[in-house]
Design a protein around this ligand. Structure first.
Ligand SMILES: C[S@@+](CC[C@H](N)C(=O)[O-])C[C@H]1O[C@@H](n2cnc3c(N)ncnc32)[C@H](O)[C@@H]1O
Length: 242
């Protein structure tokens, strides 16, 4: 299952998507932290840590943070785990990884969710923050998540989800589709940073509904699959490998 149909304005086919997404994040990497910090009213690091804690991340666990980007989830996780020693961060973007490496002494690996370069049954906990829309297919990514988690291992995927009701959906579109990319350009002076935030909105707008994500997780073999939605917007998809 595709997380969204190919976005023809940016790339011609699903095969061309990874290269587009990669250059987008490479080019926007140096602006990413600043833009998401004010764009989400400085709530990001508190929220990530709070979500990880509620979903059971605890000292002693081996964590794989897929799509680590600049390390925002991993930095929050290190605070809960007490160190970064048991954290592995994976991302395809060299630019994003370069920023993350300066923040914490975790293990960093360049790679993609759909082909994780780790042995079966390796991790106690797997996270993916705000990147579900960027994988090629949900089925490939979830099969890999299931494979690398140990039996009993837990999965947490954080996402922003477009509201279903018309008025919240309209406000969401106004903010993420117009105001946020416009202010990004104004504050950073960077066309690349604006393009990253335009794409952020377009992929949220085109994304499959939460029920489809839950179904894909069940199809991959996960148990206790559920979605918690903070304010109806901040989706937390959680699951356990039986
Ligand atoms: C919006 S950033 C999220 C970064 C971070 N997780 C956070 O919470 O802010 C999305 C990240 O997904 C990465 N990404 C894109 N395609 C991916 C793929 N197929 N597998 C893993 N990561 C991918 C990008 O390089 C980028 O760093």
């Amino acid at each position: 299952m595709l997380p969204h149909p190919p976005l023809a304005e940016h790339y011609a086919s699903t095969e061309a998507k990874p290269a587009y997404v990669n250059q987008l994040f490479d080019a926007g990497a140096k602006h990413y932290d600043g833009v998401v910090d004010w764009g989400f009213l400085r709530s990001g690091s508190f929220y990530r840590r709070w979500a990880l804690k509620r979903h059971g991340l605890a000292p002693g666990q081996r964590l794989l943070d897929v799509a680590c980007g600049t390390g925002l989830v991993a930095t929050a996780a290190a605070k809960l785990l007490g160190s970064a020693d048991t954290i592995t961060c994976l991302d395809p973007s060299a630019g994003m990884l370069e920023v993350a490496k300066k923040k914490l002494p975790a293990t960093f690996v360049q790679g993609r969710a759909e082909a994780l370069p780790f042995p079966t049954d390796s991790f106690d906990f797997l996270t993916m923050g705000y990147a579900l829309r960027h994988v090629t297919t949900l089925d490939e990514a979830f099969a890999e998540y299931h494979r690398v988690l140990k039996p009993g291992g837990r999965l947490l995927i954080l996402e922003v989800t477009k509201p279903a009701r018309p008025l919240p959906a309209w406000l969401f579109k106004l903010y993420f589709g117009k105001i946020y990319p416009g202010l990004t350009r104004l504050f950073t002076g960077s066309r690349e940073a604006r393009e990253m935030m335009v794409y952020f909105w377009e992929t949220m707008d085109a994304c499959v509904p939460p029920e489809a994500v839950l179904e894909a997780l069940r199809n991959a073999g996960f148990a206790d699959v559920k979605r918690t939605a903070m304010l109806g917007l901040f989706s937390e998809y959680s699951a356990r490998k039986p």
